[in-house]
Write a new protein. Structure first.
Length: 320
């Protein structure tokens, strides 16, 4: 049973990476018809409806209760769905799709810092060094080979917005640990619905103030397949399977699948004719190598600690 759950989580994590990898290119192709705000609202209105229908079918109406945790769920949903997606899509307007996807590869590194702040347990020096190395790789891609460009303003506001959104996504996904009594489906359905409400408030307010245009029915019709892709594979499937991977495999292992996102995105853009620069390829390689090395180090450390604990227990039993 445990092996089956692990395999299912791993396959789901792979599906997440593939769906997210194509999301940036697909979303960017829709911006000529629908602005990022209305595109995000359309995506999650449909995606959240799918989550809620699944929750009703699997767990019944009682699963829609928030059990007194409404504000907490709303806050996390707003960070994960409104914050991440609105900031990412707005940033994507001035950022190449492969670059945006590579910023997501920083999720494992950012997760280390978020878990440090949440648990107050400082990571090892090796972990911190590898995390900084991974972030350097991301900075190399953003700076076209020169990581210092990020600190001299060369990253651009789009990249900064996406990075800020990614931090919000990490807080959201790791926040699921605070709801042990909620199934993955229930946590995802409730947070996505509440997050979509925040997206609606922000979008309607921005449109009323004249900050963004109001797409026509023809605009939505022209972008129907992009909206469908982002609502079903990149939302209903990807987010649910990713949350399940985090819950089943743990944050350190679950986020590893995100490293396949830039590979998928770069592959798609290469097929479409984009030629990555040497600096971009070097940054991707450095980021992936650092993250994989950090995961191997974490596994070894965990294994040694488990062995030490087992040895202590065995000694205690023998003495008794």
């Amino acid at each position: 049973m445990l092996k089956t759950k692990t395999t299912t989580a791993a396959v789901g994590g792979l599906a997440t990476a593939l769906a997210f990898g194509g999301m940036f290119t697909v979303a960017k192709s829709a911006f000529s018809c629908v602005d990022p705000f209305h595109l995000t609202l359309a995506r999650f209105t449909l995606g959240s409806a799918i989550f809620v229908l699944l929750l009703l079918a699997v767990e019944g109406r009682t699963a829609l209760r928030t059990d007194g945790k409404l504000l907490r769920l709303w806050g996390l949903g707003s960070l994960g769905f409104a914050g991440f997606n609105l900031l990412t899509y707005v940033g994507l307007q001035s950022t190449p799709a492969p670059t945006a996807s590579l910023i997501m590869a920083a999720i494992p590194a950012i997760t280390v810092f978020v878990m440090w702040a949440r648990t107050r347990k400082q990571p090892t020096g090796i972990t911190l060094a590898l995390v900084l190395l991974a972030l350097t790789g991301v900075a190399m891609v953003l700076g076209n080979g020169d990581p210092l460009t990020v600190f001299t303003g060369g990253m651009g506001p789009g990249g900064l917005l996406i990075l800020t959104g990614v931090i919000g996504w990490v807080i959201y996904t790791t926040g699921a640990a605070g709801f042990p009594g909620f199934s993955v489906l229930r946590y995802t359905a409730l947070t996505s619905t509440l997050g979509t409400l925040t997206i609606a408030i922000v979008t309607l307010a921005a449109a009323a103030l004249g900050w963004i245009p109001n797409p026509s029915a023809a605009d939505y019709a022209a972008s129907w397949w992009q909206i469908l892709y982002m609502a079903v594979p990149a939302t209903a499937v990807a987010i649910l399977t990713f949350n399940n991977a985090i819950r089943t495999l743990g944050p350190a292992n679950g986020v590893l699948f995100i490293n396949l996102v830039p590979i998928t995105s770069f592959t798609i853009e290469a097929v479409r004719g984009h030629q990555p620069t040497t600096g971009e390829l070097a940054g991707v390689a450095l980021t992936l190598a650092a993250v994989i090395a950090n995961n191997l180090h974490s596994r070894r450390t965990t294994g040694n600690n488990s062995a030490a604990a087992a040895g202590t227990d065995k000694t205690a039993i023998t003495v008794a």
